[in-house]
Design a binder for this molecule. Structure first.
Ligand code: CA
Length: 358
C-alpha cells in the first residue's frame, strides 16, 4: 500500500495533526520546471536555483516541486525568457540583460556600467521602488520577476598585454558582451560576444586579446591565467549584477497563496546566499591565482573616466528614444545619486580606512 493510499484509507481528519500544513490544508501537488541560463559548472550561480527549489519543497511539505534544467536541455540558455513567457516552462533563472535586444530597459534588472553595487541594487529592488518598475516591464512579457542572486562587483578581465592608458584599448579585441561591449567600442576597442566555453580557445590562439568573465572563483575554473597574466579590476560594467527568477504570469496567478509566499521567500533567500557564496569563495581563489603568477592591475584612470562618460552618454541617448528605458532610468539615476551621497558619508570612509590605513 502506498503512503498516499494509506492516508486516503485512514481518513485525512485523523492524521491531520501529524501532516505537513500544506497537506492538511488540501493544497495541490505541483511539479514545475525551471530552465536555467547558467551552466552547472558555475556552481554558485546554478546553485541558486537549487537553493530556491529545495526551500520551496521544504516549506510546502514536498507538495510544490520545482525541477531545475541546465541550458540546452529544454531551451537554450539565452531563450529562457521566451520559454517562460510562452509557458513552455513555468519558471526560469536568467539575467535580464540577456534580453536587451527586446528592450534595453532589461539591463536595469541586472547591471548597467557604473551602476549600482549589489547592496544598492537590493535597496532599489526591495525598498526603493525598483522592483515595481521592473515588474511593469516584465508584465508586458507575461512574466513576474524576483531578484535571484548577485555576484558582487566583478573583475575587469584577463589581458594578454598591459593596458597603460586609454590608447592601449584602440583595436583591442575583447570578449565583453552587452552594454559594456558597446562602451568598449566607443573607446576604440573591438568587443566580441562569446559563450563561456569558447573564450579560452579564442584567447589561446590570439583571436582575442582580452576576456572578461565573472571573478576569481569562476575565472579560475576556465584557466585564463595560463594564457593572459594581466588581471584587471574593477569590472566597471558589472558593479553588482543581479540575476533573476522569472515566473509565467498565469502560472503565478494560479498558485495558492501559501505557495506564492514560499516561492517569494525562497527566491529572496537564494538572492542573498549567492552573494555570500561569492564573497566567501573569491578571496581564496584570488590568492591561488596570484600565487600562480597572475598580475593584478587597476584600470588606468583615463580608461575609467572615459568609459563612465561614454556610458552616461549612451543612457541619455537611449532615454530620448525609448520611453520604457526612460521611466526606469529616471528613477534609477535619482536613486543611484542618493545612494552615492549616503555611501560617501559612512560606508566608503569606513571601508577605505579598514582596507588602506595601517
Ligand atoms: Ca562579466
Amino acid at each position: 500500500m502506498s503512503r498516499r493510499d494509506f492516508i486516503k484509507g485512514a481518513g485525512a481528519g485523523l492524521l491531520a495533526g501529524a501532516l505537513p500544513a500544506a497537506r492538511a490544508a488540501g493544497l495541490p501537488e505541483l511539479n514545475w520546471r525551471l530552465s536555467s541560463s547558467f551552466p552547472k559548472s558555475l556552481d554558485t550561480i546554478f546553485g541558486a536555483a537549487e537553493t530556491m527549489s529545495k526551500r520551496v519543497a521544504q516549506i510546502t511539505g514536498g507538495r510544490f516541486k520545482i525541477r531545475i534544467f541546465p541550458p540546452g536541455e529544454l531551451v537554450p540558455g539565452l531563450q529562457v525568457l521566451d520559454a517562460v513567457q510562452a509557458g513552455t516552462v513555468e519558471m526560469g533563472h536568467t539575467a535580464g540583460y540577456y534580453y536587451v535586444g527586446k528592450n534595453m530597459a532589461f539591463a536595469f534588472d541586472t547591471a548597467l556600467p557604473f551602476g549600482l553595487t549589489a547592496r544598492q541594487q537590493n535597496a532599489w529592488m526591495y525598498a526603493g521602488g525598483g522592483m515595481e518598475l521592473l515588474r511593469g516591464l516584465y508584465k508586458e512579457y507575461n512574466l513576474v520577476q524576483f531578484p535571484g542572486g548577485n555576484t558582487g562587483a566583478q573583475m575587469g578581465g584577463w589581458f594578454r598585454h598591459e593596458i597603460k592608458s586609454l590608447k592601449d584599448l584602440r583595436g583591442l579585441k575583447m570578449r565583453i558582451p552587452g552594454i559594456g561591449g558597446s562602451i568598449m567600442a566607443k573607446l576604440g576597442g573591438v568587443p566580441q560576444t562569446l559563450p563561456g566555453p569558447d573564450i579560452y580557445p579564442a584567447l589561446e590562439r590570439g583571436a582575442i586579446d582580452a576576456a572578461e568573465w565573472v571573478g576569481p572563483y569562476d575565472d579560475e575554473k576556465l584557466g585564463f591565467s595560463r594564457i593572459a597574466k594581466h588581471y584587471y579590476y574593477p569590472g566597471w560594467w558589472e558593479g553588482g549584477p543581479q540575476l533573476s527568477f522569472i515566473v509565467n504570469q498565469q502560472k503565478w496567478n494560479e498558485l495558492p497563496e501559501p505557495y506564492q509566499a514560499a516561492l517569494e521567500a525562497a527566491c529572496a533567500e537564494a538572492n542573498v546566499t549567492m552573494l555570500a557564496e561569492y564573497d566567501a569563495k573569491n578571496p581564496e581563489a584570488l590568492m591561488r591565482l596570484v600565487k600562480q603568477g597572475v598580475k593584478l592591475h587597476p584600470f588606468p584612470k583615463d580608461v575609467m573616466v572615459a568609459a563612465r562618460k561614454a556610458a552616461f552618454e549612451l543612457y541619455e541617448e537611449e532615454a530620448r528614444k525609448n520611453p520604457v528605458f526612460k521611466k526606469l532610468y529616471d528613477n534609477w539615476k535619482k536613486f543611484r545619486e542618493a545612494e552615492i551621497q549616503w555611501f560617501k558619508v559612512a560606508e566608503a570612509p569606513y571601508q577605505n580606512f579598514i582596507y588602506y590605513t595601517k
